[in-house]
Each structure stands twice: as structure tokens, then as C-alpha cells.
Design a protein around this ligand. Structure first.
Ligand SMILES: *Cc1c(COP(=O)(O)O)cnc(C)c1O
Length: 255
């Protein structure tokens, strides 16, 4: 029996149910099925609620074989936190052309070159310096990039529950950092990422939804609210998440 396949199917139906329950909330029709392709070009954009939310499989600490199993059942978006580990897996799986890699961990500025080289998305941009460095590496024509001519998709990480130990910008910094990213020619501002505090209630989710809508109103490229993990995907979707980042519920506990 293939546990990963079973888990992915279970989560997909959980997502579909959550989308259905909140379909009255999602007045905007969005298309997030293939996150690598900008929304305008997405061929499946007529699928409204069913595929409103992209499942990002968080494969950190898990082996290449687990990623391959998920790939075989149609999973294409994978999230990684630790750069060296990620690069090994990305290299091992480079024969899979349509796999899409998302960097979701904290970023040290001396790692931006390798992140720009290997990833299609970065969810954890939290300062202008990081945005500028990613953009410079992508403009350096002597460098080889995974994603050739396509821009690097960027989400700004927001520390929505204002936890001192957590990375991310404060709410009042979102629009100035958004402008920085929007002005970088090789970066595409796609949206916001957050990890609401456990037991914080709905307030953090509600604030993220509000902020996301405001950002969307200002920037037409913004279509992604990366929010929700194994334990809070339903509430995240209820508050407008378009991408859930699921590790444990797909691959099992991490040791
Ligand atoms: C590890 C991680 C996840 C996945 O968490 P699970 O609880 O295992 O689903 C999601 N997002 C980020 C930023 C992570 O670091």
C-alpha cells in the first residue's frame, strides 16, 4: 500500500471540501493549479473552486524516493527549507522537467545566489536586501538558472501573529517591500506567506486575508496567499488561502 499516495488523495479531498464550504467567500475567480505559469496563461482557469487552492508538498528532511512517489501521483509543487539538502534533491530530480521547487525557509543573504539558481518560488522574502540580491543573481548572465527566462516568483513573509521568534515583516512594512520586489525586473510579486500562531484564533487569518486583498488591489500579479499547514489548512482556506504547505500529513512525522 502506498501511504504517500493515500495521504495526498486524502488532503486533496480535504482541500476540495474546504473550498466548497467557503466558495461563497471567494468572490474572485482565481487560477492556481500550475503555480509555475502566470495566472493569465493558465489553461485550467475555468475550473473555479475545485482547484482554487494549490497543494505544496513540504518535503524537507524527506528522501528523494518520497518526492518521486508524490510526483508519480501527480504532485508537482514541492517546498524545501534547508538549502544544501534541497539542492541535492533538486539535482537528483532534474530529469523531471515540470517539477516546481519552492523555497520556504529563512534566508541568509549569502545563500541568495543558490536560491536564485535552483528555485522557481521563494515564499520567505522578508527584507529589501534579499530581494535585490536575488534579482542581481538572476540578471547575472554568467549564471545558469533552473528557470531560464521566467522570473522568480516571490511571496513576502508576514509575521502576522507578531511573534518575536518568528521571521517575517510586520503588517505596516508589507507595501514598501512589495514595491521593492515589484521594481525588480527578474522578480514577480505573487503574494504573501504567513505562519499564524497556533491557538491564536481567527484574528491572524482574518488580518492576512484583508492584507492580501489590499495587495491584490494594487498589484495585478498578486494571486497567492500561502497560508495553512497540516494542522490548519481548513481555517486557512476559509480565510482565502490559495496555497497550503503540507509536510507531515503527506510524508509523516519528521524525526
Ligand atoms: C515545515 C513547514 C511546513 C509544513 O509543516 P507541517 O506541519 O509538517 O505540514 C509548512 N511551512 C513552512 C514554512 C515550514 O517550515
Amino acid at each position: 500500500m502506498n501511504k504517500i499516495k493515500e495521504n495526498i488523495q486524502k488532503i486533496q479531498s480535504q482541500i476540495n471540501r474546504a473550498c466548497h464550504n467557503t466558495s461563497h467567500v471567494s468572490s474572485h475567480v482565481s487560477s492556481h493549479v500550475s503555480s509555475q505559469i502566470p495566472a493569465q496563461e493558465n489553461k485550467v482557469s475555468s475550473n473555479t473552486n475545485q482547484n482554487r487552492v494549490t497543494l505544496l508538498a513540504v518535503s524537507k528532511t524527506k528522501p528523494v524516493s518520497a518526492i518521486e512517489q508524490a510526483y508519480l501521483v501527480g504532485q508537482r509543487d514541492f517546498g524545501e527549507n534547508y538549502l544544501q539538502e534541497a539542492i541535492e534533491k533538486i539535482t537528483a530530480l532534474s530529469h523531471l522537467p515540470d517539477i516546481c521547487w519552492h523555497f520556504i525557509g529563512p534566508i541568509q543573504s549569502n545563500k541568495t545566489k543558490q536560491i536564485a539558481q535552483h528555485f522557481h518560488w521563494v515564499h520567505s522574502v522578508d527584507r529589501a536586501k534579499i530581494a535585490h540580491r536575488l534579482n542581481e543573481h538572476l540578471n547575472d548572465s554568467t549564471q545558469q538558472h533552473n528557470c531560464q527566462d521566467t522570473p522568480l516568483n516571490i511571496c513576502l513573509q508576514v509575521n502576522i501573529s507578531e511573534e518575536p521568534s518568528k521571521s517575517g515583516i510586520m503588517v505596516d512594512e508589507v507595501f514598501s517591500l512589495a514595491e521593492v520586489v515589484d521594481n525588480c525586473d527578474k522578480l514577480m510579486l505573487r503574494g504573501l506567506m504567513a505562519i499564524p500562531e497556533k491557538n491564536a484564533g481567527v484574528a491572524s487569518y482574518e488580518k492576512m486575508q484583508h492584507l492580501f486583498k489590499k495587495l491584490q488591489a494594487q498589484y495585478p500579479t498578486v494571486d497567492t496567499l500561502s497560508m495553512g499547514m497540516s494542522n490548519d489548512l481548513e481555517i486557512a482556506i476559509a480565510y482565502g488561502s490559495t496555497m497550503v504547505r503540507i509536510g507531515t500529513a503527506i510524508f509523516g512525522e519528521r524525526s
